[in-house]
Design a protein around this ligand. Structure first.
Ligand SMILES: [Zn+2]
Length: 309
C-alpha cells in the first residue's frame, strides 16, 4: 500500500518549520502548538492510520522510506520533541548562515534550507544551482552546539575524515541512542509484508522465538529487503524496530534452515543490542558469537549460506 503524496506532505511540513524558525524568536516556540504546522502533523498521522486500518494493514507495512516518515511525524507529535526540534533547527540555521559567507562555493545562494528528518543519512548536503539543501538526522538534534558547528562546517568543506569520525562518535552517546529509541517508539508489527513468495518471515520469527528465546522477543517489523543484495543477508535496524531479510533468499531453492539461521542472527542483534566502546559500535561481540553457535544446525547453515553466495 502507498500513501499518496506523503513525500509532498513532509516537504511542506519541513518548509513550514523553516518558515516558523526564520520568522519567530525562540521564546515564541509555544505559539507553534496553536499553529498550522502542528495541526498538519497530527492530521498527517491520522490520515496514515485511517488508510492503513481501511486496508487492514499497519503503518509498519509501508515501504521503509514511508515508514521512516511516519515515525518522524509521530515523534514530532510529542510537544517536547517539537520544541527541541525547533531549537535545533534554529541553531542550525544560525550556524549555517554565519558560516556560509566564508565559502566561495556557496556564494550567490538564493535558497538555504535545513531540515532535521529521519532519512537514512546522518547528514547530507546538496547544492543545485542557487539552492542549498541540508539534511540532518533528527536524532542529532540534541548535539552540543560546538559539535553541530563542526558538523555544518564539515559538510560545507565536503567532509574531512577526522571530523567525520568525531561526528560519528556522537552516535555512540547515550543521548543519541535515547533519541533514536524515542523516534522508534514502541515496535509496530506489520500484518502483510512479511509474506514472501516462498517464505513467511512471521512464522520463521515465531518458530525461532519459541525455540531459542522462550518467546520473550517482541515481534518487530519483519520485511524483505527491497533489493536483492549480494553482500548482506539480513539487517536489524534498531531505529525502525525492523528486521530486514535479503530478498534473494526468497527463492524456491533456498533451504528453510538458511532463512531461519539469518533470522536467528538478526534476532540475536535485537536481543543483545550493540556495545559502544570509545565511540565505536560493536555488534558481533564474543557473547554474540557464542550464542550464535547455539543455533541447531549452525555449521550446516553456515555452509548453506556460503553455497547461496
Ligand atoms: Zn550481524
Amino acid at each position: 500500500m502507498r500513501i499518496q503524496n506523503l513525500g509532498k506532505t513532509i516537504q511542506q511540513i519541513q518548509h513550514e518549520f523553516s518558515e516558523f524558525v526564520l520568522q519567530n524568536t525562540q521564546e515564541k516556540t509555544d505559539t507553534l502548538f496553536s499553529s498550522e504546522i502542528y495541526r498538519h502533523i497530527k492530521k498527517s498521522i491520522h490520515r496514515i492510520d485511517i488508510l492503513c486500518a481501511k486496508h487492514n494493514v499497519t503503518p509498519a507495512d509501508l515501504a521503509t522510506p514511508s515508514f521512516r516518515k511516519y515515525l518522524w511525524l509521530r515523534f514530532l507529535a510529542e510537544r517536547e520533541n517539537t520544541k527541541a526540534h525547533i531549537c535545533a533547527l534554529s541553531n542550525g540555521y544560525s550556524v549555517l548562515l554565519q558560516s556560509i559567507p566564508a565559502y566561495k562555493n556557496y556564494k550567490n545562494l538564493k535558497t538555504i534550507h535545513i531540515q532535521f528528518d529521519c532519512s537514512s543519512y546522518l547528514f547530507h548536503i546538496k547544492k543545485t544551482q542557487d539552492k542549498l539543501h541540508f539534511q540532518i538526522h533528527e536524532a542529532l538534534m540534541h548535539m552540543p552546539a560546538d559539535l553541530m558547528c563542526t558538523l555544518i562546517t564539515t559538510a560545507l568543506n565536503q567532509k574531512s575524515r577526522k571530523e567525520l569520525a568525531t561526528i560519528k562518535s556522537y552516535t555512540a552517546t547515550r543521548e543519541y541512542q535515547k533519541c533514536i529509541a524515542a523516534i522508534a517508539g514502541q515496535p509496530i508489527a506489520n500484518k502483510k509484508t512479511y509474506r514472501g513468495k516462498f517464505f513467511n518471515l512471521q512464522n520463521i520469527f515465531h518458530a525461532n522465538n519459541r525455540q531459542y528465546f522462550n518467546n520473550t522477543l517482541v515481534q518487530p517489523r519483519l520485511v524483505w529487503s527491497s533489493q536483492k543484495s549480494t553482500s548482506r543477508w539480513g539487517y536489524f535496524h534498531p531505529e525502525l524496530h525492523t528486521i530486514s531479510i535479503n530478498k534473494k533468499l526468497d527463492a524456491p531453492g533456498t533451504p528453510i534452515l538458511a532463512v531461519k539461521y539469518i533470522m536467528f542472527h538478526e534476532m540475536l542483534h535485537q536481543n543483545l543490542g550493540f556495545q559502544h566502546i570509545n565511540g565505536r559500535r560493536y555488534a558481533h561481540t564474543k557473547e554474540f558469537k557464542q550464542q550464535e553457535k547455539t543455533f541447531e544446525g549452525y555449521r550446516q547453515a553456515e555452509n548453506l549460506i556460503k553455497l547461496i553466495q
